[in-house]
Design a protein around this ligand. Structure first.
Ligand SMILES: *Cc1c(COP(=O)(O)O)cnc(C)c1O
Length: 422
C-alpha cells in the first residue's frame, strides 16, 4: 500500500514503514493514496465477517504481505463477534465491544500488534511500544501486545484518574507490560510520550513504536466493521459515530470511499464540539478538552481530523454534504441512555451519545446504525446511579477485578521516565 504524508504530498511511505514510524515527518499523518476502489461490493457483503475482512485488508496490503499472512493476522486479531442489534424499528446498534478489553479499540490494537510483528520479523531489534492512556487505549494495547516476542509495552496513565476497573485491565498483566501511574494529568502523560519520541537517542535505543490512533494499521482494521453494519442491515444506512480523536469516523469514510454504500455519516460528539462547530462555522478552532460522562471522547484537538480534511481535500461544502452532525451535553446523554434502557437496550455513555445524535438526524424511511464502542459494564457506576439498576460484570472484568496492580509510580518528569526505561 502506498501512503502519503498529509503535510507533504512528495513524502511517501509503504505500509510497513508507516506503521513502524507512526507519525509522518513534520507532524503529518499517513493516508492511503490512491484509495482503492472495490467494484464487487455486493459479493463482499455476502461473505462472512472474517473472510470478508481478510479479503478487504488483503486488497489494501497485498503488495506487501501474502494472503496467508493477512488471513492469519485477521483470523487471530478479529476473532470475536460483531453483532448488529435491532433497538427499535429502523435503528440498530453495531456492537464493537466484544473483544478482550470490551471496547472497539481491540480491533485496531490487535491488528496493529500482528502487523508490527510481521513487519519486524527477523530483524532482531527489540521494540518498545510506549503509550499514554486515559483508559481504553492502554487496556487494548497492553492486551494486544501481551507476550508478543521482541516487544515491550510501556503504559503511562494519570494516577487516580482512571477508574479502578480500567486500571486493572492493563496494570495487572505483568510479563512484557510495564505500567506507570504518573503523578499528573493525562496531558502530562501525553507530554512525556511526546518527549520520549523526540529524544532521538532514547527512541533509537528502545526502538520506540507508537500504538496510538494515528497509526494507520489501527484505522485500516476498523474499516472492516462498517462492511458488517451494511451487510447486516441490508441497505445503505445512516451511521452515527461517537467521536473523540476521529479515527473511527475516518475509517468509516474510507470504507465509503472504497465503495461501501453508506447514505450518510453522523458526527456525534459530547460537549467537546470542535468538529461540529467547524462544520457550522467553517472555522477550525481546537481547544482544551472538557470532562464529560463519555470520557473517551473528551478531546478538544482531535488528532485524526487532519486525515478527514485531506480526504475531502479541505472542501467544506463537500464535508457538510457528507457529514450530518450534532452533540449532546451530559444531560442529553443521560436522556438518551434512559430512552434506550426503556426500549430494552443498555448502552454505555459513548453509545448513548451516538444514539441521541442519530435520532436527531434520521429522516423518515432511513435505516440508522449507531456504533456501540464500549461495553456498558465499563461504565457501571454511571449506569447504576442514573438508571437505578444493577449492571453485572462480564467475565473479562470479573477476572481482573481482584488482581494486584503492578504499576510503579512516576513523577511527571522526562528524566525520571528515561531512567526507568533504560
Ligand atoms: C476511543 C473511544 C471513542 C472515540 O473514538 P475516536 O476514534 O477517537 O473518535 C469512542 N468511544 C469509546 C468507548 C472509545 O474508547
Amino acid at each position: 500500500m502506498r501512503l502519503v504524508n498529509t503535510r507533504d504530498p512528495r513524502n511517501r511511505a509503504t505500509f510497513r514503514e508507516a506503521i513502524q514510524c507512526g507519525m509522518a515527518p513534520g507532524g503529518g499523518l499517513w493516508v492511503p493514496e490512491p484509495v482503492p476502489c472495490f467494484r464487487d461490493v455486493e459479493a463482499l457483503l455476502a461473505m462472512g465477517f472474517q473472510a470478508r475482512s481478510a479479503e478487504i485488508l488483503h486488497r489494501f496490503l497485498g503488495d506487501e504481505f501474502s494472503r496467508a499472512e493477512v488471513e492469519e493476522a485477521v483470523g487471530s486479531a478479529l476473532d470475536f463477534p460483531v453483532p448488529v442489534v435491532r433497538v427499535r424499528e429502523g435503528v440498530h446498534a453495531l456492537e464493537l465491544f466484544h473483544g478482550p478489553t470490551l471496547a472497539f479499540k481491540d480491533f485496531g490494537a490487535r491488528f496493529l500488534a500482528r502487523m508490527l510483528a510481521l513487519a519486524a520479523r527477523g530483524d532482531g531489534r527489540r521494540r518498545t511500544v510506549l503509550t499514554a492512556t486515559s483508559g481504553d487505549t492502554g487496556a487494548a494495547v497492553a492486551s494486544a501486545f501481551l507476550g508478543l516476542p521482541g516487544f515491550q509495552v510501556v503504559v503511562l496513565y494519570p494516577a487516580g484518574r482512571v477508574s479502578p476497573l480500567q486500571e486493572r485491565q492493563f496494570a495487572t498483566l505483568g510479563d512484557n507490560v510495564r505500567t506507570f501511574a504518573v503523578e499528573g494529568s493525562f496531558d502530562d502523560c501525553q507530554a512525556l510520550v511526546k518527549g520520549a519520541f523526540g529524544d532521538a537517542d532514547l527512541a533509537a535505543r528502545l526502538g520506540l513504536t507508537s500504538a496510538n490512533s494515528i497509526n494507520i494499521a489501527r484505522l485500516l482494521a476498523q474499516v472492516t466493521y462498517y462492511f458488517e453494519a451494511v451487510a447486516r442491515t441490508g441497505e445503505a444506512p445512516v451511521i452515527a459515530v461517537p467521536s473523540g480523536n476521529f479515527g473511527n469516523l475516518y475509517a468509516g469514510l474510507l470504507a465509503k470511499r472504497v465503495g461501501l454504500p453508506v447514505k450518510a455519516f453522523v458526527v456525534a460528539t459530547n460537549a467537546n464540539r470542535t468538529v461540529p462547530d467547524f462544520l457550522e462555522t467553517g472555522v477550525y478552532r481546537p481547544r482544551a478538552s472538557v470532562a464529560t460522562l463519555s470520557n473517551a471522547m473528551d478531546v478538544g484537538a482531535p488528532s485524526n481530523w487532519e486525515r478527514i480534511h485531506a480526504l475531502f481535500q479541505g472542501d467544506l461544502e463537500a464535508m457538510r454534504g457528507a457529514l450530518r452532525r450534532g452533540s449532546l451535553t451530559d444531560a442529553g446523554t443521560l436522556d438518551s441512555m434512559r430512552e434506550l434502557h426503556g426500549a430494552g437496550y443498555l448502552p454505555d455513555p459513548h453509545a448513548a451519545v451516538a444514539h441521541g445524535v442519530l435520532a436527531g438526524n434520521l429522516r423518515p424511511g432511513e435505516t440508522g446504525v449507531f456504533l456501540a464502542t464500549a461495553h456498558p459494564a465499563k461504565f457501571r457506576e454511571t449506569l447504576e446511579a442514573e438508571l437505578g439498576i444493577r449492571v453485572p460484570l462480564p467475565p473479562a472484568l470479573l477476572e481482573v477485578r481482584d488482581r494486584p496492580v503492578l504499576s510503579r509510580s512516576l513523577p511527571a518528569d522526562a528524566a525520571a521516565l528515561r531512567a526507568e526505561l533504560l
